[in-house]
Design a protein around this ligand. Sequence first.
Ligand code: HEM
Length: 510
Amino acid sequence: MPSQQVFKTQDNALYTTSTGAPVAQPYAAQRIGKIGPLLLQDFHHIDLLAHFDRERIPERVVHAKGAGAHGYFEVTHDITDLTCAALFKNVGTKAPVTMRFSTVGGESGSADTARDPRGFAIKIKTEEGNLDWVFNNTPVFFIRDPAKFPHFIHTQKRDPQTHLKDADMFWDYLSQNPESIHQVMILFSDRGTPNGYHHMHGYSGHTFKFVNASGKFVYVQIHVRKDGGCKTFTDDEAGKLAGENPDYGIQTLFEDIEKGEYPSWTVYVQTMTAEQAEKFRYNILDLTKVWPHKEYPLRPVGKIVLDKNVENYFAEIEQAAFSPSHLVPGIEPSADPVLQSRLFSYPDTHRHRLGVNYSQLPVNAPVAPVANFQRDGAMAFNNQGARPNYQSSIVPLQYKAKAYENVQHEIWLGAAQADLSEITELDFEQPRALWQKVFSDTDRDHLVHNVAVHLKNAKSAEVKARQLSVFAAVDQTLSDRIADAIGAPRVQALKAKPAAEAVRFKVSGV
Ligand code: HEM
C-alpha cells in the first residue's frame, strides 16, 4: 500500500495519546484521592474509551466474512485488438493488486467453510484508474432480475422472529424462482465448500464489453483460473472444520503467503461479437447461463500472484471498497440488469459503510492521480489543496478526449432484457448438462446428499415438493433420488414454456 505509513511490530514506539502527547502509564486514570471518582480533565482516559466505543464500523451487508492479501497483475498476452485499456497496452506490464475472498451469507464471525458461493474481489490499480473485478467463484448466479436480490438475500440470512437461519425460507425462495437452479446445482456440489479461499477460480459471471482503439467492441466473460486447480471439501469435512477452525480460510491464506507459497491465477477472456451474441442460444445478459468453452474458447490475458500479506487487516482488507463500477476506459459494463444495479449498489453501500471519502483510504486510493471537483465531507484527507473546486477558465484542468463513442447494441438489447422472470426450457439445459455430462458418479452422489441434508430441514411439504419439481425439470432421476433421501413423495417436473418461446427469440426474430 503506497500511501500508508508502515509500522513495524517492534519499533520501540513511545506510548502517546491520539494527539501524540506522551503518557507515562497506560492504565492510570486521574481521580480524586486514592478511591474517589474519575476526572473529566483526564484526556488520556477519555481518549482511550471514546475511541474504543467507536471501533466497529458496519460489516458488509453481504460477504461480511473474508480474507485478503496483496500482489500483482501481470499482462502476459497482447489483447490490444480487444481493448484499449492502458493496463493492456504492453505485455509485461505489472499493476498492484488487492484481493478479498469471502463467504456471502454469514456474519463476520461465521465459518469460512460454510456452504455458500465465495466472493472473489480484485482491485487492480492501473495507470488510468482502479479496475475492480468483483467476481464470485461460480460462473453463474441465482438471479437475473436485480429486484429479487434483497428478497433472495433475506431468505439466506436470519428469520426476523427466531433470528435463526431457516430452511423453509431458504427453499421457499429458490423453489419460487427456478432460474436459480443452475447456481443451486453448483452450490450443492462440493464446489459449494471450497478448501479455504485460495484454491478456487473466479468468474465475472456478467458479460462486460471490451472496446479497442478503433471503437470496436466485443462482449467478454472474464475467467480467473487457479494455477494447480481447485480444491474442495466434502460436506462432512466442511462441517467438522466449521466447528474446529472457523477461520480455516483466513489462516491458510496467510500461512501459505508467509511460507512463500504464493497463490497464483491465470486470467482468460471469452469473447463474442455482437452478431454472435444475437445468434447464441442463450441470452448473454442473463447471468444464470455460461458460454460453452468449445464454442467460445478461453484466451489467456495475464496472471495474478498474491505475494504479500497485509500489515493491518482492518486498514487493508476491511476498509477495501470494491465496485463493478470502478472501471477504466476500454472496459465497459454490458446492459445486464443485475450488473447495472450493482454499478449503483456498491459505491452506495461504501458511502454508508466507510464514508463519502472511501476512495481516499490508502487501500482504495488509485495510483493514478485524482483531479476533480469533489471536495470536503468527513475525513477528506486528500482535499486537492488550492486547486479550483469548479470548472475554472483561469486554472483549467486538462481533459483527455474519449477514445471512442458510446458502444451500444440497442435493438437487440431491448429484446434480450425483456421479461426476466419468465422460465423456459432453456433454463434447465445447462443444469441438465452438469448433472448428466459434467458430474462424475461421486459428484452426483454428493449433490444428492448435500441437498438432502439441507432440504430435509424444511418443515413445509409444499416447499419441498416445489423444489423437487424444479430438480425434476433438470432430471427426473435427480429429483427422485433427493425425494427418496428425504422421505418425501416423488413429484413431476414443473411446466416451463418451450425454449422457442423465450422472449428474445420472439422479439429479435433470430
Ligand atoms: C458484496 C450487492 C450481486 C459479488 C456486496 C455488497 C453489496 C452487494 C451491497 C457489500 C459491499 C460492501 O459493503 O463492501 C449486490 C447486489 C447484487 C449483487 C445488489 C445484485 C443485484 C453480486 C454478483 C456477484 C457479487 C452477481 C458476483 C458475480 C460480490 C462480492 C462482494 C459483494 C465479491 C464482496 C466484495 C468485497 O470483498 O468487499 N454485494 N451484489 N455480487 N458482492 Fe454483490
